[in-house]
Design a protein around this ligand. Structure first.
Ligand SMILES: Cc1cc2nc3c(=O)[nH]c(=O)nc-3n(C[C@H](O)[C@H](O)[C@H](O)COP(=O)(O)O)c2cc1C
Length: 310
């Protein structure tokens, strides 16, 4: 299987590529998995796996753990998180830091709020979100978007989200501060979190890919240990857009302030490293509806069909 990427989405796609690699590697030895990453500018990656090895060496426990991995966007219990990150396997290219309640966590909540204020004022991201929302069971079953039920929104908030779909409405209400209200709500989840996981490292493509691997490893391990996980990509996305000159100039100061707050929270992060992913974690208060998994044969290439027919 493989993918070719546009530079503009390279970071999230590289993270996803790394996560796919890790999902395969957890079920098989790395020696059956071949990945390549082409040099800049388009950072294309490809991933392939020896199918004969899948049949012989498949690790069922790891497979079950992967199927149990999921996103929980609801509130969590306040109990302390006892989980510890695994030792880094990526030669210092990825750092996974567990952040407990305290000053650093508060600074990160501020950084999320500032970046989210910018995001709610960004037309491209607004339209992307609304295009990806799936409102009915029939739409959600296609497995190609964000099932509205997984957001855990009470009915009035759902209705507001639907009302806000046309950008012109969001824009008019932003003029009286709606983006601030929505961003404050988003940051509350972080402020109240029993713990956060910050995945950081250098910006070069192989390090981002490795961060995707570390993200999936930590996420699966947390879920297996009974902890809920909710990823927050907003700081990473906004800071990357700022750096790549893909942000309205009017939003730059908010994102710069967000980066300052983040760096104050993570003082040991070198200046040439960045936040790749932030995960909120804790014991779940309630289970959530699970996103539908797309049938593998819609994603994998032709060889999978041959394996299935054996
Ligand atoms: C790179 C990346 C960034 C993500 N960013 C967010 C985010 O900012 N907020 C969020 O709620 N979920 C985020 N997610 C979670 C996805 O929306 C989620 O994994 C997807 O809907 C599938 O659901 P599942 O995790 O339950 O399988 C992100 C996932 C990835 C891989």
């Amino acid at each position: 299987m493989g993918a070719s990427l546009a530079a503009m989405t390279a970071h999230s796609q590289l993270m996803t590529g790394g996560a796919m690699h890790e999902a395969m590697s957890a079920q098989l030895s790395d020696s059956y998995i071949h990945s390549t990453l082409s040099p800049a500018p388009d950072h294309a990656w490809s991933l392939s796996v020896e199918l004969a090895a899948v049949q012989k060496n498949w690790r069922k426990a790891a497979h079950d753990a992967l199927l149990g991995r999921h996103t929980n966007r609801l509130a969590y219990r306040r109990d302390p998180v006892q989980w510890r990150p695994a030792a880094s396997r990526f030669n210092g290219a990825v750092h996974v830091q567990l952040i407990k309640p305290g000053r650093a966590l508060h600074l990160i909540a501020r950084a999320v709020e500032q970046s989210a204020q910018a995001r709610f004022q960004c037309r491209e991201l607004h339209e992307w979100l609304h295009d990806s929302l799936r409102w009915t069971d029939e739409q959600a079953l296609r497995g190609d978007g964000l099932d509205i039920r997984t957001l855990g929104l009470p009915y009035p908030a759902r209705a507001l989200l639907r009302f806000l779909a046309p950008w012109s409405r969001q824009q008019r209400l932003n003029a009286i501060g709606l983006h601030k209200v929505l961003a404050a709500k988003e940051a509350t989840g972080i402020r109240d979190a029993p713990a956060l996981l910050a995945i950081t490292g250098p910006r070069y493509p192989k390090a981002v890919y490795a961060a995707g691997r570390a993200m999936l490893e930590a996420w699966t391990s947390l879920n297996s240990d009974g902890y809920a996980v909710h990823p927050y990509y907003v700081i990473t996305d906004m800071v990357n857009r700022l750096r790549a000159d893909r942000l309205d100039t009017g939003l730059a100061s908010l994102v710069q302030a967000s980066e300052v707050a983040l760096r104050a929270a993570l003082p040991s992060m070198p200046s040439d490293h960045q936040l790749h992913m932030l995960l909120r974690t804790g014991r779940p208060l309630a289970d959530v509806p699970r996103s539908v998994r797309r049938p593998a044969d819609q994603i994998l290439m032709a060889e999978f069909g041959r394996l299935a027919s054996h």
